[in-house]
Design a protein around this ligand. Structure first.
Ligand code: ZN
Length: 261
C-alpha cells in the first residue's frame, strides 16, 4: 500500500477537564452506580498551509467565571476543570491562540464537545447536517446534552452529508449512533501513522465488542455498526483509535504540548 498524501504536520491532544460518568454509560448495562472519572479532549491538527483545524471544543472555558450557560445537571457532571484546562491555555502551550484555528470540526453538538465554540466566531464550523437537524429538536430522552447557547454561534458553517475528504490526510467519517449526526476523523500523520479520533462514537476499548456498546447511544444498533466501521478502518490503515472519554486514555497517549507526527 502506498502512503497516503497528507497536509497534516502534527496532532496534539488537549486535555480539557474531566467528567464523572456512570460505568453503565461506558459499557451497556454493566456496572450501574459505579462512577468513573473520564477525560475530555480537544484535538489540534497543525496543517502545513497554516489552516489549522480543531476537532471539538470541550466544555465551556466560561466554567471558570460562572457564565458557562450549562444546566445544573451538566455542571454536576463536570468532575474537574482547572485554569490549565482552559482551551486558550492549551493552545498557548503549543504556541497558538484561538485566532490561529481556521476550521472547527464538531464531532457532535453535545455541551462537552461544543462548549468552547464561542471562541471561534472567526473560523468555520464543520458539522453533519443530521446533527444540526437533531440538535434543533432532539428526542426528549437525550435532549439534556444539547445547549443551543453553546453550539449556536456566529461562525459560518460547513454542513456535511456523510463522509468528506476535508484536506489531504483529513477525512470526516459519519459515525451515527451516539447521536444521529455524529462524526469521527481519520488523520494521516507525516510519519505514515494514522489516527482515528472517535469522538463519542465509542467510550472505551471494550465497546469494540458488539455485545458491549456504550450505554447512552441514541440508537445502539447504529452505534455498534459505527464502532465496527472505525475498527475496520483502523485495521485497514494500521491506525490507532483515540477515544475521547476513555478512562485509560492517558495510559496510552501523551497530552499537549506533545505533538504526534
Ligand atoms: Zn456526546
Amino acid at each position: 500500500m502506498t502512503a497516503m498524501e497528507t497536509a497534516v504536520e502534527s496532532v496534539a491532544l488537549l486535555p480539557v477537564g474531566t467528567l464523572t460518568i456512570d460505568q453503565s454509560i461506558l459499557t451497556y448495562r454493566r456496572g450501574p452506580g459505579d462512577k468513573v472519572e473520564c477525560p475530555v479532549i480537544c484535538v489540534f491538527i497543525e496543517m502545513a498551509d497554516g489552516e489549522h483545524i480543531l476537532f471539538d471544543t470541550g466544555p465551556p472555558p466560561a466554567l471558570l467565571d460562572g457564565t458557562d450557560k450549562l444546566s445544573e445537571h451538566q455542571r454536576q457532571v463536570v468532575c474537574s476543570y482547572t485554569q490549565e484546562d482552559d482551551l486558550r491555555h492549551r493552545l498557548k502551550s503549543l504556541g497558538y491562540t484561538p485566532g490561529d484555528v481556521k476550521l472547527v470540526i464538531n464531532s457532535h453538538f453535545h455541551w462537552d464537545h461544543s462548549g468552547g465554540n464561542y471562541l471561534f466566531d472567526h473560523a468555520r464550523v464543520m458539522v453533519q447536517a443530521k446533527e444540526v437537524r437533531f440538535a434543533g429538536m432532539p428526542d426528549a430522552f437525550v435532549d439534556g446534552a444539547y445547549t443551543a447557547a453553546l453550539y449556536e454561534t456566529a461562525a459560518e458553517r460547513d454542513i456535511l452529508s456523510g463522509d468528506r475528504m476535508i484536506r489531504p490526510g483529513v477525512l470526516a467519517i459519519a459515525t451515527p449512533g451516539h447521536t444521529p449526526g455524529h462524526q469521527s476523523l481519520l488523520i494521516a500523520l507525516p510519519s505514515g501513522r494514522a489516527l482515528i479520533l472517535t469522538g463519542d462514537a465509542m467510550f472505551c476499548p471494550a465497546n469494540i465488542d458488539p455485545a458491549i456498546p456504550p450505554g447512552n447511544a441514541h440508537t445502539p444498533e447504529d452505534a455498534i455498526a459505527s464502532i465496527q466501521r472505525l475498527k475496520a478502518l483502523a485495521e485497514f490503515h494500521g491506525g490507532d483509535l483515540v477515544i475521547c472519554h476513555d478512562p485509560g486514555l492517558w495510559d496510552s497517549w501523551r497530552p499537549a504540548p506533545h505533538r504526534y507526527i
